[in-house]
Design a protein around this ligand. Structure first.
Ligand SMILES: *Cc1c(COP(=O)(O)O)cnc(C)c1O
Length: 369
């Protein structure tokens, strides 16, 4: 049978980089695929779907309310907008012109991440402006307080991600300080759905997570939190959010993925991931110029990645060169960017099958000897 890849002349991809947008992010489990396919066969009242989704998201996540957007980048723009406008339809129509609204969004310097777009731009799209607290190396509580007490501050935007750097005020404390100043807090936890309860426990007013990353839904963003703000996010669809809306297939897919997650035995899943990562590390650790080790996820997600050190003197090529060659082949093998690109490769094995990991091993062995 002709595959989708053959039909369009595309290479197959073995994605050991992680939930990476330019590689199609994730592969959905069968119940999600079925739910999405079914949604495409029907007309649906989107208002009814939106209400039902809020209810279902509440039951599945424990958040007060929730909705679905096109993706987390959209959720950031819309969350910031929702806090500026509330449910006021004149203000919603007025954006991105923010005249008469508080328009400053405080961010700690170490949270100015780039996920393929600089996060500040997602904020600025709403008409808001970013005020940076602290330096890249450090944001002390006093730096945060100073920024929060400035004129025209509308919200605090925090990021929970392994892309963050420096010594920043921890989420729970930062949220408390914002609340002390009467300012709502948003957390971008795009790739943190596996620790969603922990993020919700920070008391943030809005928590944003991507449904297409570890949740493996079609591209969509989940917005969870205070009902009135979630409704204000949804209301942006009659304004700047029109181009950021989720279709019926995104709503249905995200709900199916949340349900799939609820039914998953997380302890068994985590054990399976650990075994898979260990097995892959063991496959490579014996190979001459390589040394492999497990690296726990720095944000506390329940899995480890595999770091493979490449002794370039013996091997004749750097880790960076090897990564380039892995990406040139067919199938395309993608590995993760790493701080010490020249010396080590990083593999995320979560999404991969044993057969794919075997292919990766064979290709690496072929390339280094
Ligand atoms: C992936 C990511 C985003 C963007 O999410 P999309 O759903 O792809 O728009 C935003 N912030 C962080 C920290 C991310 O990792």
């Amino acid at each position: 049978m002709k595959t989708l890849h053959d039909d369009l002349g595309l290479r197959r991809v073995i994605n050991a980089r992680g939930t990476y947008t330019p590689l199609g992010v994730s592969r959905s489990p069968e119940p999600v695929v079925k739910a999405v396919a079914e949604s495409l066969r029907h007309f649906i009242s989107m208002d009814e779907l939106s209400n039902a989704a809020g209810q279902r998201i509440m039951e599945l996540t424990g958040a007060e309310w929730g909705t679905v957007t096109h993706c987390t980048a959209a959720s950031i723009t819309l969350a910031v907008a929702a806090i500026m406008t509330g449910g006021d339809s004149a203000k919603i129509r007025q954006l991105p012109d923010t005249r008469g609204m508080k328009r400053r969004v405080v961010m700690q310097a170490g949270h100015l991440v780039n996920y393929g777009q600089a996060i500040e731009q997602a904020v600025r799209l709403s008409g808001a402006e970013v005020i940076v607290a602290g330096s890249e190396a450090e944001c002390a509580p006093a730096d945060l307080e100073r920024a929060l007490s400035g004129a025209s501050v509308s919200s605090l935007l925090l990021v929970s991600s392994r892309l963050c750097g420096g010594d920043m005020v921890p989420a729970r404390e930062a949220v408390a300080r914002a609340h002390d100043s009467g300012i709502p807090a948003i957390i971008d936890a795009a790739a943190q759905d596996l620790r969603l309860r922990e993020v919700l426990a920070t008391n943030a007013d809005l928590v944003l997570t991507s449904a297409q990353k570890y949740l493996r839904a079609p591209t969509s963003g989940l917005v969870l939190g205070r009902r009135e703000l979630v409704e204000a996010v949804r209301a942006q669809e009659r304004g700047i959010g029109r181009g950021m809306k989720a279709g019926k297939e995104a709503f249905i897919g995200a709900l199916a993925a949340l349900q799939y997650r609820r039914d998953l035995d997380m302890a068994a899943w985590a054990r399976e991931q650990e075994d898979k990562a260990k097995g892959f590390a063991a496959k490579l650790d014996g190979v001459a110029p390589l040394r492999a080790e497990l690296v726990p996820d720095p944000t506390g997600m329940p899995f480890s990645r595999v770091r493979v050190w490449v002794d370039s003197a013996t091997c004749g090529k750097t880790a960076e060169k090897l990564a380039g060659e892995l990406a040139q082949g067919d199938p395309l093998i993608a590995v993760q960017d790493h701080d010490n690109e020249a010396e080590a490769l990083m593999f995320e094995t979560v999404a991969l099958t044993e057969a794919e990991l075997e292919t990766v091993r064979d290709r690496i062995v072929h390339l280094i000897v």
